[in-house]
Structure formats: C-alpha cells, structure tokens
Design a protein around this ligand. Structure first.
Ligand SMILES: C[S@@+](CC[C@H](N)C(=O)[O-])C[C@H]1O[C@@H](n2cnc3c(N)ncnc32)[C@H](O)[C@@H]1O
Length: 288
C-alpha cells in the first residue's frame, strides 16, 4: 500500500485503521421501517447516527444481520461509505433509473427507497449467481419498483434513463484493506479499467440529455478511478460535475506515479477507511 502514500491525506491514521475493524453500519429502509424503528434498534444495539446523510446508524455489533429488523427489511446492512453513490445520484420519485452492476442490491434498494417506490428501477447484473441475492434483497426490502435483468452491462438493449449508476466491478483494494493492507497487481487494474470504461461508455449512450450518471468503485487505484473517468470525459459526451457532500473525504487526484489527469478530477470524491471507519469509496458525478 505504500505506493499510495502520496495520495493519502493522513498516512498514519490510514495505516492505523488497517489494524481496526470497520464499524458495522445499517441503512434504515423507509419503505419497511415502522414508527418505533429507533426504539426497536436501541433494544438490540447501541447506535450512533451518521451526520452526513439521513438514516445511517453505526452499530456496536459484529452481527447486524442477526436481527428481526434485518429479516423484516426495516434496515439494510451496508458499509457507511457505500451509501454515498446514491446520495450523489439523488434519484427522485417517478424517474426511470438504471443500476448497471446491481447485485446484491445494496444500492438498488437504496434507490427504490429514495424514490418512495414511485417510478422504475432496472437492476442489472451479469452474474446469475449474484442475481439470487439481488432478488432476495429486493423482496425483503419491499422495493416494488425494481425489475431485474441479467445482461453483460455492455450489451444492454438500447433504452433511455433519467439516472444511471455504474457501481463497477473493481479490484477492491478498499475491501481488502482491513484484511491484508496490500495493493493489487497493476495489470489487474488495467484489465478492469478497460471493462469499467466500456460499461461507462454504454451508460453514456443510455442516459438522456441532461441526465446524471454516477460512477463508483471501492478501490484506491487511480487507474480504475480517475483514469476511467478521464477516458469517459475525453471519449464520450459525459461531463464531470461537482459533488456536494459533508462526508469526510479528499478530492480526486490529478496525478499518480507517471499518470496525469485533468485538474477537474478534483470534482471526484475519495473516502478512505480512516475517514469514517468504513471501506474505500470513489465517486464521480457525470452529466450528458
Ligand atoms: C461492486 S459490485 C456491485 C455491488 C452493488 N451495486 C451493491 O451495491 O450491492 C459489482 C457487480 O458487477 C457485476 N459485473 C461484473 N461484470 C459485469 C458486467 N460486464 N456487466 C454487468 N455486471 C457486471 C458483478 O457481478 C458484481 O455484482
């Protein structure tokens, strides 16, 4: 991981965090949560509310999935930082939204909740195995406006959408952070970057004029993050937009090792594990 030292804002805090456990967090599901949600939560867990978004609770437990509130879909177990892409996508009731890489459905169900089950969400994933958990999560959370499809996102049939999420398959240096604190092979990142760009390019064709595309990953690698966004800005009709958020973060980078990107990449958001005791997340907001 040492190669990332130049782009980490507080190296000591970042390194120290790798010896910790991420704090387990859940997202309240307003489609299912009852009025006594916080009372019931307090009966089972000690909790603290995140202050940068509504409905995110940090719990003092290793097993947030073992509770009636989870089984009944009143909350969804989700890393705190993973809630950011949909805060940025900001889907509205009545819209038509595409989630191109959706399984197991954490962000899909967050989209349906934000839309108050009004409109349409198409949740797509290439993996038929992972589609099973997507279906189960959509059902459990009462996300009634979700239709699921099983395509390679690059070959989705032509349709236009108001908002599109590309929560891309990635090397997951963020996910592995707490376990190994090792970087992944650079060639793996380059291979993934090709696929990530092709999916984002397809999103640029499927978004309506003026529509919003959010690109997110859970990796630190600039090759899979700013590198992919740079190609999208250079080679498609997508334009990078400013993100307004109060989650602790640093800006996207304009250089890394021998790679240079536009200064505009500062509009992207990087959340590191030490920022909110959670996984890495990278988010870019684009508009056509
Ligand atoms: C980061 S995960 C998505 C997590 C999901 N958005 C959530 O919040 O629960 C990336 C997903 O991309 C899927 N995937 C990989 N290649 C794909 C492709 N070519 N087209 C569509 N989905 C793909 C994987 O099966 C995986 O489920």
């Amino acid at each position: 991981m040492k190669k990332y030292k130049p782009i980490i804002d507080d190296w000591d805090a970042f390194k120290a965090e790798s010896d910790e456990h991420p704090v387990n967090a859940v997202r309240k599901n307003p489609l299912k949560a009852k009025e006594d949600f916080e009372e019931k939560l307090a009966e089972r867990f000690q909790y603290e509310k995140a202050d940068w978004a509504d409905g995110i609770y940090r719990l003092d437990t290793e097993s947030p999935g073992k509770s009636l509130l989870h089984w009944r879909g009143e909350y969804y177990v989700q890393e705190e930082s993973a809630a950011l892409p949909i805060e940025v996508l900001d889907p509205k009731p009545g819209e038509k939204v595409l989630d191109m890489c959706a399984a197991p459905g954490g962000k899909t169900t967050q989209i349906a909740a934000k839309m108050n089950n009004k409109g349409l969400v198409v949740a797509n994933d290439e993996s038929s195995q992972r589609m099973k958990s997507l279906h189960a999560n959509v059902y459990r959370t009462g996300s009634a406006i979700v239709d699921a499809t099983n395509y390679d996102a690059r070959r989705l049939p032509e349709e236009k959408f108001d908002r599109i999420l590309v929560d891309a398959p990635c090397s997951g240096e963020g996910d592995r952070f707490y376990e190994t604190f090792t970087a992944i092979d650079e060639q793996d990142s380059r291979d993934l970057a090709k696929l990530q760009f092709q999916i984002l390019e397809k999103a640029s064709q499927m978004i309506r004029e003026g529509g919003t595309v959010v690109y997110s990953t859970c990796t630190i690698s600039p090759i899979e993050n700013e590198g992919v966004v740079q190609r999208a800005v250079d080679e498609t009709e997508l334009e990078l937009k400013e993100i307004e958020t109060s989650i602790p973060h640093v800006e996207g980078v304009d250089s890394f090792e021998d790679l240079d990107y536009d200064a505009d990449m500062s509009k992207c958001v990087r959340v590191y594990p030490h920022h909110v005791n959670s996984g890495v997340i990278f988010v870019a907001k684009l508009e056509k």
